[in-house]
Design a protein around this ligand. Structure first.
Ligand SMILES: [Zn+2]
Length: 185
C-alpha cells in the first residue's frame, strides 16, 4: 500500500492504524524467533503501542519516528506479568512525512521494519542488555547496535522491501529513538 498525502490530516487514519497493529504482530514474531522467546512468554506482555494522536507525550526529538516510555502498571503481587512495561509511541507526522516524500517505500514493510527496531530496544531493556536510563553517548551507541540487530533479524527474510528500507534507514532517520521519562500508568 502506498501512502496518499493528506494535507489536512497528518495523522494515521484507521486503516493505517490497523496495518500498524498487524505489523507489530509480525515484528513480535521475528523477535520471538531471534531471541527464542516462546510466543506466550512474558515478552508479549511487556509493551504496548500508541500513536501520536492517542497520547500526550511530547517528542524530545522532533525528527524521531518513535519514542519509548517506561511505566509500572498496577498489578496484584501474584501477577505473572512483568512489573515494568514499555510503551512505543509512534510519531505519525514524522513517519508520514518520510513516506510521502519516498513513494518507493511501502507502508506495511516500513512499519514492520520500524517496529522490529523498537521491539529490539525493548527486548534489550527487558533482558538487562542495556539500561533504560542512559546518557546521550550511550544512547547513540545503543541506537547503532539496535540498527545493526534490526538488519540481522530482517535480512534472514531475504525480502526486497526490507533491503530497500535498511539501505535508506540511516539517511531517513538520522536520530536515535529517545527514551522518555517514566510515564504514569
Ligand atoms: Zn532506536
Amino acid at each position: 500500500m502506498k501512502i496518499q498525502e493528506e494535507i489536512c490530516i497528518p495523522y494515521f487514519n484507521s486503516t493505517e492504524r490497523e496495518i500498524i497493529y498487524s505489523s507489530l504482530e509480525e515484528a513480535a514474531g521475528y523477535l520471538c524467533k531471534f531471541y527464542s522467546f516462546s510466543p506466550r512468554e512474558w515478552f508479549n506482555h511487556c509493551y504496548d503501542l500508541k500513536t501520536e494522536q492517542q497520547t500526550i507525550i511530547e517528542s524530545s526529538d522532533k525528527k524521531a519516528f518513535a519514542e519509548i516510555g517506561k511505566y509500572t502498571p498496577v498489578l496484584k503481587d501474584s501477577s505473572i506479568f512483568p512489573k515494568e512495561r514499555y510503551q512505543i509511541c509512534l510519531f505519525d507526522r514524522n513517519i508520514l512525512k518520510v513516506l510521502w516524500k519516498r513513494p518507493e517505500l511501502e507502508f506495511y514493510p516500513f512499519m514492520v521494519y520500524l517496529l522490529t527496531h523498537e521491539l529490539i530496544h525493548i527486548a534489550r531493556f527487558c533482558q538487562g542488555f542495556h539500561p533504560f536510563d542512559c546518557d546521550k553517548t550511550a544512547l547513540q551507541k545503543e541506537e547503532q547496535k539496535v540498527r545493526n540487530l534490526t538488519q540481522q533479524v530482517l535480512n534472514t527474510k531475504k525480502n526486497e522491501a526490507f533491503y530497500k528500507i535498511s539501505s535508506l534507514y540511516n539517511k531517513i532517520n538520522p536520530v536515535p529513538c529517545p527514551f522518555s521519562k517514566p510515564i504514569q500508568s
